[in-house]
Design a protein around this ligand. Structure first.
Ligand SMILES: [Zn+2]
Length: 467
């Protein structure tokens, strides 16, 4: 009898944390990396971005990206710079978003390094960017578009299929079929969206598999979308009465569109006054075009009721800040006003300047509308920090802080379990990934007790046999 070597799966990130999504699958014939994400948040996590991979990037045959968020795609420029020469497969909208996000990521890293050098607050002399805009542009040339629901060959003996994940435009869950004996099937959830996402169609169920990887960002939380919509509306009303600014740090992709859509609906329903809304993030404006076009063209990822309605994201008085001068002008804008700016966890981007400007004044409000990872400024604000360190200085927090996690682009705990439950048959093993430990353990327990399946929370760097 021929001896076959079992394929392996190694968790190179998103294990007991939400960022750095990277899963390495190896067979005797091929080496494939599913997701190529950046670590974000806590410094000890961010430092992992500088660690070499356990395998030579040159030896990886292909990358498959589940979606464009940096914690899933943002390491690709470093991988390509370090020698990866294979294709990076993604859906069409993911590729379009990567073209917006990855060069911006390189630029921000260059700018942050330059700023740190100028101000001299980095411990590293000189501070270096993890990669540059040029590295990112080069990484884009490796992208290869594949449609949803159609199998394609990733590498010899490995076939993949994208299924809709309903998280952001282009987001997919991935089904992998390894052909060589012992044949194996793996489903990787990617990030699962909310069933009630106001723009995107709900996620497809998981494809039948022997090994399932499921994300657990919100493994402990229950989102109350209507409650949080009311929270946003009342915060805007209160702030308007005080004559202040509402600053909404929002992930450029998807959160900005959802916020703008909800602001339009709240204004139309008379629940908030009509205020000028500043969208201040070049990346958000570029992604807004993509969402507008997807709505206009009836993209099958977009909810049918938005087809033909690219104006759904215009709250009525939208002012787009295209360049740094436009952005600075917002500091002197007449109030009350709403400022939507990236990044969503206040880890970088133009929102930092708005926070420096608005946090010290109690008439202003900061509304947190998405997941806030450990170690980020957004998380510190959510947890009641009295001062926030930005660009080497402490900024006092006197503005009102409102947390509305129901705006998250991630399924909540019951939705994650409901998605998992739809797997056509119990997998042999379900790995709970992409969640902080408490969250991952909660979903693991729910899967074990409510579904009776074997569930495991893998650790960083752990390698398992698939057979
Ligand atoms: Zn994501």
């Amino acid at each position: 009898m021929a001896h076959s070597i079992a394929p392996t799966l190694q968790f190179l990130g998103a294990a007991r944390t939400v960022t750095g999504s990277r899963f390495l699958i190896e067979t005797p014939r091929a080496r494939v990396l599913v997701d190529c994400g950046l670590f974000q948040g806590l410094k000890e996590l961010r430092l992992r971005n500088w660690d070499p991979l356990p395998v030579d990037p040159r030896s990886i045959d292909a990358v498959v990206l589940t979606h464009a968020h940096l914690d899933h795609s943002g390491y690709l420029p470093a991988l390509v710079r370090d020698g990866f020469r294979g294709p990076a497969f993604s859906t069409e909208n993911t590729a379009a978003l990567c073209k917006i996000i990855l060069p911006d990521s390189g630029r921000i890293q260059e700018e942050d390094a330059a700023y740190a050098n100028r101000k001299g607050f980095s411990k590293h002399k000189p501070a270096l960017p993890l990669y540059t805009e040029e590295d990112a542009m080069r990484a884009l040339t490796t992208l290869r578009i594949q449609p949803f629901a159609a199998p394609f060959e990733v590498a010899p003996g490995i076939t993949a299929t994208f299924w809709r994940a309903g998280h952001i435009l282009g987001a997919a869950s991935l089904h992998l079929a390894l052909a060589d004996p012992p044949a194996e099937t793996i489903t990787i959830s990617g990030d699962i969206g909310r069933a009630e996402h106001p723009v995107l169609c709900p996620p497809d169920p998981p494809a039948a598999c022997e090994t399932l990887l499921v994300e657990s960002t919100h493994g402990t939380r229950i989102h109350e979308a209507e409650h949080d919509l009311e929270g946003l509306a009342s915060a805007i009303v209160r702030t308007a009465e005080r004559g202040g600014a509402v600053v909404i740090p929002a992930f450029s992709v998807d959160r900005t569109e959802v916020i703008l859509l909800q602001l339009r609906r709240l204004t139309e329903a008379g629940r908030i006054p009509k205020l000028p809304v500043y969208a201040d993030s070049p990346m958000a404006l570029a992604s807004l075009r993509l969402y507008q076009n997807a709505a206009r063209d009836g993209d099958p990822e977009v909810r049918p009721e938005l087809h033909g309605h690219p104006d759904a994201f215009d709250p009525g008085d939208l002012i787009e800040a295209r360049n740094v001068e436009d952005s600075k002008a917002i500091h002197r804008a007449p109030l009350p006003a709403i400022i939507v700016s990236a990044s969503g966890m206040a880890t970088g981007g133009r929102v930092l300047h708005h926070l420096i400007n608005r946090l010290p004044d109690p008439k202003n409000t900061v509304v947190l509308v998405g997941y806030q990872a450990e170690g980020t400024r957004g998380r510190a604000l959510r947890d009641g920090a009295k001062a926030l360190k930005i660009f080497g200085r402490y900024v006092p927090v006197r503005a009102e802080i409102v947390d509305t996690p129901g705006f998250s682009a991630h399924a909540d705990a019951p939705e994650l379990l409901a998605w998992t439950r739809r797997c056509p048959a119990p997998p042999q093993t379900t790995f709970v990934v992409h969640g902080e430990l408490e969250s991952a353990l909660a979903l693991e327990t729910a899967i074990e007790t409510e579904l009776g399946w074997t569930a495991v929370v893998p650790s960083y760097g752990e390698r398992v046999l698939l057979d």
